[in-house]
Structures are given as structure tokens and as C-alpha cells.
Design a protein around this ligand. Structure first.
Ligand code: APR
Length: 167
């Protein structure tokens, strides 16, 4: 898999799958979650509601897939990052699981390309440098049958610089 780095808005990416940093309720929020639902339109929320009705939301570290509405992508994978609680509550394992489970789901849908935001580094307050290390390490060690390209989309300059250093 080729790994690329971009600074910008993930909703503008031309990839098969965009990953959303959602919450367990799957009913939207601020940050990248709000931006994806605004840009993609109400059909994404309709599917999130159906998933909630079926399985009661999405636990931390897991991922679910919906269509992408008006976005250029084909699908949105909603994953729920851990809330930072000091680092001794399994945060890194849960963050790693977000990346692995999103990649697995993208594989199952035969995606060729996927874009990730910096999961948990906003409202959920995961330290950016540690989150970047987990993200890069997990993606580098994942072997996909179908994904050819992974793009890390950094919204802020601090994350962009951290990823640039790691990559
Ligand atoms: N494109 C790419 N990245 C973005 C965008 C965007 N349009 N908007 C924000 N970001 C970045 C932030 O800069 C941050 O680095 O996404 C990263 C994750 O921040 P949050 O969106 O706050 O996500 P997270 O920390 O995982 O918290 C999840 O926030 O909005 C709620 O519903 C969401 O409750 C959930 C919580």
C-alpha cells in the first residue's frame, strides 16, 4: 500500500472510502463528523440510524460502513476512537483497532483507496504525536488484498508536521 499525506478537508478527497471519527451513538457531532454529514447530506444519517436500530450504535474501536451521499467517495466508514483518559485505559489498543477495523471493512468492500482523519485528536483529546505514531505504525503493518492507497488527511498544521516527520 502506498501511503500519502495531505493537509486539508477530508470531505474533498477523491477516494473510495472516507473514514469518519464518529461517536458510539452514530448520530453526528462536531469536528470531522459534522463536516462529513454536512457535505454528504442526510442519506448518511439515514443509514446511521438504521445501523443504530439494528445493532445499537458502534462500540469504541469498531467500525461501520454507510454510503457517502453527495461526497466524491463511495462509502464512509464510521469508527469510534477512544477518549483520552491518561493513556492507561487501553487507549492505544482501541485507537489501533479503529485503523485495523476500518481497513478490514474497506477490504471487504473491495476499496482501492481510503482516507483517514486524525482519529481521537480533536474533541477526544488523544495526544497528537502519540496518535500519529499509532496511526502510521498500524497502517504500515496492515497487509491489504485490495487497498492500494492510504491517505492521511491532516486538518491542522501540527498534525501535518507530525505525520511528515513519521513518514
Ligand atoms: N477534515 C479532516 N480532518 C478534520 C476536519 C475535516 N473537515 N475537521 C476536523 N478535523 C480533524 C481535527 O483537526 C482533529 O485532528 O479531525 C481530527 C479529529 O477531531 P474530532 O473531529 O474532534 O474527532 P475526535 O477527537 O475523534 O472526537 C470524536 O467528536 O464531533 C465529535 O461526533 C464526534 O463525538 C465525536 C467526537
Amino acid at each position: 500500500m502506498e501511503i500519502q499525506l495531505v493537509q486539508g478537508d477530508i470531505t474533498q478527497m477523491q477516494v473510495d472510502v472516507i473514514v469518519n471519527a464518529a461517536n458510539s451513538g452514530l448520530l453526528g457531532g462536531g469536528g470531522v463528523d459534522g463536516a462529513i454529514h454536512r457535505a454528504g447530506g442526510p442519506v448518511i444519517m439515514d443509514e446511521c440510524r438504521k445501523i443504530r436500530a439494528r445493532q445499537g450504535g458502534c462500540p469504541t474501536g469498531e467500525a461501520v460502513i454507510t454510503n457517502a451521499g453527495n461526497l466524491k467517495a463511495h462509502h464512509v466508514i464510521h469508527t469510534v476512537g477512544p477518549v483520552w483518559q491518561g493513556g492507561r485505559s487501553g487507549e492505544s489498543e482501541k485507537l489501533r483497532a479503529c485503523y485495523v477495523n476500518s481497513l478490514k471493512l474497506a477490504d471487504e468492500h473491495l476499496a482501492g483507496s481510503i482516507a483517514f482523519p486524525n482519529i481521537s485528536t480533536g474533541v477526544y483529546a488523544y495526544p497528537k504525536s502519540e496518535a500519529a505514531r499509532v496511526a502510521v505504525d498500524t497502517v504500515r503493518n496492515y497487509h491489504s488484498r485490495t487497498i492500494k492507497k492510504v491517505i492521511f488527511v491532516c486538518f491542522d498544521a501540527e498534525n501535518y508536521a507530525l505525520y511528515q516527520h513519521l513518514l
